[in-house]
Design a binder for this molecule. Sequence first.
Ligand SMILES: NC(=O)C1=CN([C@@H]2O[C@H](COP(=O)(O)OP(=O)(O)OC[C@H]3O[C@@H](n4cnc5c(N)ncnc54)[C@H](OP(=O)(O)O)[C@@H]3O)[C@@H](O)[C@H]2O)C=CC1
Ligand SMILES: CCCCCCCCCCCCCCCC(=O)[C@@H](N)CO
Length: 324
Amino acid sequence: MADLSVFFISLVLVLPLSLLAFLAFIVLPRPVKIPIKNRHVFITGGSSGIGLALAQQAASEGAQVSILARNTSKLEDAKESIKLSTGRDVTIFSADVRDYEAVKKAIEEAGPIDVLVCNQGVFVPQELETQDVDEIKFMIDVNLTGTFHLIKAALPGMKNRADRGPGSIAIMSSQAGQVGIYGYTAYSASKFGLKGLAEALQQEVIGENIHVSLIFPPDTETPGFAEENRRRPQLTSIIAASSGAMKADEVAKKALNGIKSGNFIVPCNFEGFFLSIATTGLSPQRSFLMAFVEVIAAGILRVVGLCFQWNWYGSIEKFLRERK
Ligand SMILES: NC(=O)C1=CN([C@@H]2O[C@H](COP(=O)(O)OP(=O)(O)OC[C@H]3O[C@@H](n4cnc5c(N)ncnc54)[C@H](OP(=O)(O)O)[C@@H]3O)[C@@H](O)[C@H]2O)C=CC1
Ligand SMILES: CCCCCCCCCCCCCCCC(=O)[C@@H](N)CO
């Protein structure tokens, strides 16, 4: 009897508590806070959708905001709407992230950056077999190579940032960068690529007190999403609907909070929280409490993930059967 209760107590109390203590001891890098007030926040794709909402919110929290995109008149419109809603001036830069020299020029002109948000992105969903090679390259070039260009161009200035406070490099991925989705071969590949970039980069810049955040939104109501919907394969929409849609403002809020909290993985909604735990792999985790949740939930979330796959492959089968 005594043996049993000792066993019981150690199981429900001592084991989890020692796991917690162990995790608190070993998780690295340590938690960090990234202030944005009076700091230079540089946001690409800041003229539309999620990037515009982020620029708006960062400006209203007192950041000095710069935005970069290609289209000058959309940039001017964004500048004006941010001025109207926050009273603050943002600086605009027109460049294509695919052009390294143009990116470098804009970033040098903008001056040292404290928080770099690589948010630009393009998404043209289609089955690989029928998608043009040019469109595949377009997504890889803008989403992945463009992000390399930005970070490489910004790093020298970031290392010399004015206040030497903690800096941040935030990268906009997608839930389609955590799990492959029908119709997104190129898009998912570009977003999965960002995860490798982000994990390796964090090790390289930790010595400079720079902290990487990787943000994973679900479908989000933006001008880009409206455009995407005009040609989205039906199966892409069916599978993507496994995660609830959000508004650009909501995603921007989650993203900004994640950046300010120095979190490496930043989920945006309820489904995204579980998806992040299920796909965390060997990503760094600064919070020992989250690390604890990850360890405890890993097994059961694999089962949940397989249930989602069961559902998705069922939808594909049904769709193909009905098409015949
Ligand atoms: N909306 C959604 O459902 C989701 C979006 N995301 C990601 O969020 C990010 C923003 O998406 P969203 O707000 O919907 O997109 P939008 O299409 O609404 O806005 C995209 C922004 O990126 C800029 N941009 C596009 N191409 C380039 C380029 N080559 N060089 C410089 N700037 C460029 C655009 O300006 P311009 O065209 O003038 O260059 C615009 O400012 C993307 O990375 C996307 O993959 C992730 C999950 C879901
Ligand atoms: C184990 C727990 C699993 C939890 C649920 C998993 C749900 C996955 C849904 C993925 C949706 C992908 C949307 C991509 C949106 C996007 O990036 C495009 N709109 C282009 O911008």
